[in-house]
Design a protein around this ligand. Structure first.
Ligand code: 5GP
Length: 193
């Protein structure tokens, strides 16, 4: 998606450790008009696929998923939680994921009442790096007996391989910008087309 690449190029910063910072429009301050364009692009890509629900993960996935839902007939959004809380009651699907940015493991939790057997679920997230977060969401869908209809990603860091592994496993992954390489010392970002 041209506009997203442009925003990454002009407002993104490359941090040491293969971290791309895009907090001016995606991870801290949010550009809703851009989110809307992203939702439209995913809706075009996944047109014709049954999507009953969108599943994402807190925190940065929530905003983009909510805006994207407007392009999928206002289907419900469920966001996986990353910590137990007294607000989480009843039976839960729980899996463990290693966080690339926080460099530690954390639980991924979805209440059983919000994910049902037979549902077709679109997964949405802000970043795809090694694929750990998505594998956690896929695992939860498997446990629920739900089908992964597809995966919509804002920014994939292609050089980390998670996206290509998911594609090789048969998942329909639509990443709106794929970073092929980036350099923290020069700030150069090269996209895959
Ligand atoms: P993965 O699980 O695919 O290795 O990493 C994806 C998750 O880590 C995303 O949910 C995202 O929150 C975070 N992440 C990974 N790489 C980056 C990055 O370069 N920048 C930002 N802002 N988040 C990232």
């Amino acid at each position: 998606m041209q506009e997203l690449e442009e925003r990454i190029r002009t407002e993104g910063t490359v941090k040491p450790g293969n971290v791309l910072k895009v907090d001016a429009f995606l991870n801290h301050q949010c550009d809703v008009a851009l989110f809307d364009q992203m939702g439209k692009a995913w809706a075009e890509h996944f047109a014709g696929k049954r999507v009953d629900k969108i599943l994402t993960i807190e925190a940065s996935g929530i905003g983009i998923a909510c805006v994207a839902a407007r392009h999928f007939g206002n289907v419900p959004i469920v966001f996986a939680k990353k910590a137990q809380s007294i607000n989480l009651d009843g039976d839960q699907y729980v899996t463990t994921v290693y966080s690339f940015t926080k460099q530690r493991e954390f639980p991924v939790i979805v209440s059983k009442k919000f994910l049902n057997e037979g549902e077709h679920v679109l997964l949405i997230d802000d970043f795809l790096a090694n694929g750990k977060a998505l594998r956690g969401l896929i695992d939860i869908c498997d446990h629920a007996g739900a089908t992964v209809a597809g995966i919509g990603i804002a920014v994939e860091k292609g050089f980390q391989g998670g996206g290509d592994q998911l594609r090789a496993d048969g998942f329909d992954v639509d990443s709106l910008a794929i970073v092929e390489s980036m350099d923290a010392s020069t700030g150069e970002i090269v996209f895959r087309h």
